[in-house]
Design a protein around this ligand. Sequence first.
Ligand code: HEC
Ligand code: HEC
Ligand code: HEC
Length: 445
Amino acid sequence: MKSRLVRAVLLILLVLFVGGAGLAGWLALAPGATDFIAGEPPIPLASYGGAPPTGMPRELAGASLVQKGEYLALAADCKACHTVPGGTAFAGGRAFTLPFGTLYTPNITPDKATGIGAWSDADFLRAVHRGIGRDGQRLYPAFPYGSYALLTDDDVLAIKAYLFSLAPVHREARPNTFAFPFNQRWTMAFWSAMFVPGSRFEPVARQSAQWNRGAYLVEAAAHCGECHTPRNIAFAMDTRRKFAGGQAEGWNAYNITADPDTGIGAWTADQLAGYLSSPHGSAAGIASGPMAEAVELSLSRLAPSDIQAMVAYLRTVSAIRDATLPKAAGPASESAQAGAPDHPIGKRIFEGACASCHAWNGAGALVTQATLTGKRAVNDPSAMNVVKVVLAGSTDAGSDRPAMPGFAGSLSDAEVAEVANYVTERFGAAPSRVTGRDVEKLRAD
Ligand code: HEC
Ligand code: HEC
Ligand code: HEC
């Protein structure tokens, strides 16, 4: 009897162990950055014969080391995270609200006491490639070192040279508010072992130099996948569903694969280039929220050849359908009376607060940027981004065209929910059912 029990327990443990190891193996063996190009394994950078995909774009080939570092830091958007809105660049302090607490970015100016002024090249490489801090502590992957691991040593050290050329700022780092067990930094060693690439970017020999440059920028520097790739159960990028849609700061970062209905397969190359390179967006869309930040602070400052390279690369990423999204709806009726009868309160708010800029048919009055027809946000049945845009507004800091005002101060949670449900029903293909509670949560994010 007893021995049978022992055998049963041992069997269960074995199943758990094999199952756990199997799951860990399955997670860790996820495809690498460019493995979607079937039958063409990447090769070491040193054996690549074409124009180098790393370093500077050809327009800026003669740049100094510091200029090179400045450009690459822009492409990697280091400043966005390491600066509080309105604060001193790179002095840290920006808060990241995660499910288990708040994490603040450290000071990466060359101050010896509170920044990275005393760091060696090896210290800096270890942090950016492997997520290990100067005194050996593990860093949380809110710092996207899982992507930066692909940056070459030369490029990371150019970024260091640039950071060290700046004025040191004395500003203590703020400790995170994580509770046990999330405050155990050492646990990140396992995460890193499974999910952080151990080697630098490797080009694909048969692809063009432009494609490989695009791959390097998209995967290593601009870390698009950190927002656009869904996460697996260990919160790492699920690269089996590369670019099929993720989340960032309470926003949906939509599918950017070539799927024509739920991704960006129907966008022309020019539309995609326009979206990435201009805060004014393109006919296909306007970037708001975290994407607006990526465009304004980083992508719009890159050389035209680098935007073209990213577009060329992005358009080859395998199409994946997002089963939660419908194909976008066409224009709505011009008549205020038609459609969306379920939301009389939402309709009244739209009439008073929105219709003058967006028009009843969604074609946008005053400026083309206010077009709602065909936009992903209004065709997303979660309506997350509609809620976020209505709360926060959306604009291009550098322009004087009419902007989308934020209504966080003037509409209640219930009213935002009503107008969001009205907007998705009137202009989208799959109406949302957002509640005031949902809006309350998104407001807090
Ligand atoms: C998406 C936000 C984000 C971006 C982009 C980002 N970082 Fe960070 N970085 C963080 C966070 C958050 C931490 C702190 C992690 C922790 O405390 O575990 C961090 C930590 C660091 C550290 C460790 C500093 C210390 O005192 O331990 C260095 C160095 C660093 N980042 C450099 C960079 C560089 C260089 C870039 C651009 C190539 C960059 N970061 C881009 C969020 C970001
Ligand atoms: C910090 C997170 C973040 C990063 C990094 C990021 N994105 Fe986005 N992206 C978003 C969010 C959020 C949206 C939705 C914005 C909106 O609804 O206005 C978005 C929207 C988009 C869209 C429009 C999709 C649609 O259907 O309307 C494209 C295209 C896009 N991103 C491409 C990229 C590319 C290419 C990169 C890397 C060069 C990138 N993004 C990096 C968060 C991010
Ligand atoms: C003063 C003009 C104005 C008003 C009023 C206004 N909007 Fe907007 N809205 C815009 C503009 C312009 C944009 C494009 C955003 C940008 O330029 O970054 C926009 C963008 C949007 C988007 C995102 C579209 C996309 O491309 O993803 C949604 C959704 C939206 N507005 C809904 C509303 C709702 C709902 C209201 C009323 C509560 C409203 N707007 C009021 C001008 C306005």
